[in-house]
Ligand binder design. Structure first.
Ligand SMILES: [Zn+2]
Length: 120
């Protein structure tokens, strides 16, 4: 299958569990911007199985703990694009985990605009 998220080296994993792993985004829009990706090739949030949702919550918390230790963010935006009209460009589940800082100068509008023009 020609899907880049199906071919990510485990060496890049920041944290992982049974159904998901997290990596740094190759085009970070804030310091620490990461992606949580499903191990299973599945389209988006709505195609996840019930048992995967628990793991998704757990890996979100694990990634948050890692970022707290490393970068001390002040807040987060968690963002999923589900469908092409919502600017999803890779149809393999991924969640943008975006650390926020009071002085990062971004708004939700600028975050969405930046995400539209990068590959993920
Ligand atoms: Zn895939």
């Amino acid at each position: 299958m020609n899907c880049i998220f199906c071919h990510i080296s485990p060496e890049k994993y920041l944290v992982e569990n049974e159904y998901f792993f997290a990596i740094r985004d190759i085009h970070p829009i804030t310091k620490g911007h990461s992606l949580i990706i499903s191990r299973r090739h599945t389209c988006d949030f709505f195609s996840l199985q019930t048992e995967e949702i628990t793991d998704l919550l757990e890996i979100c918390k694990a990634l948050r703990n890692l970022l707290e230790e490393e970068l001390h963010p002040e807040a987060y935006n968690l963002l999923m694009n589900c469908g092409s009209a919502a600017h999803q460009s890779i149809f393999h589940f991924h969640l943008h985990f975006i650390p926020r800082y009071h002085k990062d100068g971004l708004s939700l509008r600028t975050i969405n605009a930046k995400l539209r023009f990068i590959s993920f």
